[in-house]
Design a protein around this ligand. Sequence first.
Ligand SMILES: [Zn+2]
Length: 96
Amino acid sequence: MTAPAVPGIILYGLRAVPGREVKGYSGPPATLGSTAEAQVRLIVWCNACRHRTEPDVAAMAAKYGAATPVRDWVGRLMCSQCSARDISFVLTGAKC
Ligand SMILES: [Zn+2]
C-alpha cells in the first residue's frame, strides 16, 4: 500500500532518499510554528503498523519549539503502538 495521495495535499516523509527530494512544495521548510500558525492539519502515521494520529501542532510547537522543522520533528517520532520509527506525515491545507 502506498501513502495516501490526495489532491491538494503536501506530501512529506516518503523515506528520505539522498538526492531525491519530494517535489510539490517549494516554500520554506514547514516548522511546527508555521504549521500551527497556518492552521494546517498534520497527520502522521506509522508505516509498520498503520497507526495514524493527528497531533495538536500548537501543543507540539509549544513543547518542542516553534522553529523546529516538521520534518525533523517527525524524524524523532516513535510509534506509540509498535515502537517503530518508520513514520511518515502529511500537511493538509487549512482551507477546507
Ligand atoms: Zn506502529
